[in-house]
Design a protein around this ligand. Structure first.
Ligand code: UDP
Length: 182
């Protein structure tokens, strides 16, 4: 989060790390959207388009899903978002701009540690003064990470797809991101 703010200029909810498991964050009103960014076809997009997983996309793809578990987080477009009042036109443009800038930053960062960033999910919130901030984690629970050389999956697909060695994959990601010390 700190790096996204300092190096990519993205405002986030992050305030302070309190412990290994607790983070102090700004109070925000969550925009009820899951913002999905994709660089390579995988998961639900592969099923929807009938295209094999691992196919590179010619440019990043942005998708929005309305956050409602009972409805199964249905995919929506800009018109739904504006018509339902989930965000204003200006807020939506900010969300898109931030999502694509976060993607550019993370693609480069993960490439540097031998990881292909396939796709990921972001959520944004609004602080009391109306500032849009990233209000989410960046982790193997919300991103698809594939080893650049072996294409091994190093994310939650390991347990969702019963691929085994879930812990090993998460530890490998920790090691690559934070070094041997963690
Ligand atoms: N994702 C997430 N939470 C959700 C839905 C999706 O973190 O509720 C992430 C998921 O981990 C993947 C990306 O968003 O990195 C795209 O997910 P997809 O639509 O392919 O759905 P999936 O196949 O993961 O169910």
């Amino acid at each position: 989060m700190k790096r996204l703010e300092a190096e990519a200029g993205i405002p986030t909810h992050y305030i302070n790390e309190l412990s290994e498991t607790d983070t102090e964050v700004k109070k925000v009103k969550i925009i009820p959207l899951e913002v999905i960014v994709r660089n390579v076809i995988a998961g639900s997009l592969s099923k929807r388009l009938g295209a094999p997983e691992g196919t590179a996309l010619k440019c990043p793809v942005l998708e929005f899903c309305y956050k409602d578990d009972e409805l199964g987080d249905p995919m929506v477009n800009d018109y739904h978002i504006l018509a339902m009042g989930w965000a204003t036109e200006e807020e939506l443009e900010t969300v898109k701009d931030y999502a694509l800038r976060i993607n550019s930053y993370l693609l480069k960062f993960f490439k540097g540690i031998g990881i292909d960033l396939i796709d990921f999910k972001l959520e944004f919130g609004k602080t009391s003064d109306g500032t849009i901030v990233l209000a989410d984690e960046i982790s193997p629970d919300t991103c698809r990470f594939w080893d650049s050389k072996t294409h091994e999956k190093l994310d939650k697909d390991r347990f969702r797809r019963d691929l085994g060695d879930v812990e090993g994959a998460y530890k490998e990601m920790l090691k690559r991101v934070f070094g041997e010390g963690r």
